[in-house]
Design a protein around this ligand. Sequence first.
Ligand code: GLU
Length: 419
Amino acid sequence: MSVRVRMAPSPTGLLHIGGVHTFLFNWLYARGREGACLLRIENTDTSREVREATQQIQRSLAWLGIDWDGPVTFQLDAMDRCRELAARLVERGEAYEDEGAIRFHMPDEGVTGWDDVVRGRIEFPNEQLEDVVIVRSDGRPTYNFASPVEDMDDAITHVIRGDDHISNTPKQLQILRALGHEPPVYAHIANILGTDGKKLSKRHGAVSVDEFRVAGYLPDALVNFLALIGWAPDGETTIMPRAEIVERFTLEAVSASPGTFDYAKLDWMNGVYLRELSPEAYADEVVTYLRERGSDWPEARVRAMAPLVQEKVGKLGEIPAFTGFLFGDVAPDPAELDAPLLEAAERSLAGVEPWSAQAIETALRQLCEELGQKPRKVFAPIRVAVTGSRVSPGLYESLELLGRETSLARIRHGVELAA
Ligand code: GLU
């Protein structure tokens, strides 16, 4: 039987990275087994008006490269089907009416259990299971009914979801058996925690997919990072192409204990992914990123700037502040300037021919020798005058890209500010 899984987000607000982690495990499991991965919007507890959230979810998943098979489905569309099945259960005495609602009759004795792929055997004494409402008095099915009904109708083979649903599983198992359906395999994934051991939340940093996108993480880096929370192919491998993750992923290797979301590790990983891109691919990423942020920087100049920063930034979001001096005016701090030194630099750069990083380097190194000072000492005020900051991309390359006229004008302005 071929694998069929489902990603089942509730359409409440922005897609949370914890949810994405669970969806990613579904996706990896299906894609590594020529299985199907469905996208089902669980709107039983919300409303029909979930268009925006639904589009947001699809946009976020598409950006991450987590795709799905067939059309997106909505749980409330199974309403009639659920009511019909509920009526059948009532007829058979497996469910009963209670103040207009319909409740499922849970067995009073024995245990309900399953072999969870991640957590091993889990059992609940039936006396602990309440007679769960399956259809509300207003006629809407509840999540605990609609979800197993859809799992049955969609022929889901593996339910891979957050471990906050463990207590729902015995109820859903009983309902499926009463409907005459052999339940799917269950795998409950542990919640993601922050490095402080608390449930991941805004306090820790970005939590919605959109926030990660805006901060300038690459989808591949984020996917690689998320895949390694609670799963590891071995003790060592960290950077892994997506195809390899798909190939190596198994549910059996997923840990039952909560994984940690380490933002520092993600930043490191993102930097690795950014540096590994070809220069062209990197420039494409930068152009796309800036365009999405509404930047009006000319594309040709952005492409020329890209090689200056590829080795230097860990997130694309650092680029606007880091390279703004190439696209607009600067406001250097006069305290960081040095008039005599800048005048000397002005003189030495004025005659540089051609205006290339290499010729600029030769001239500036010569200047250091003439002044008998270390490059660090000589370059600092030049850097501040030209870029407005003590940290910048490579000085020679920056000067080259900025052009002779602008560079010299900024150095002159620096002399005046410092005087
Ligand atoms: N809609 C549920 C959630 O967002 C998922 C339930 C399930 O996978 O059965 O947590």
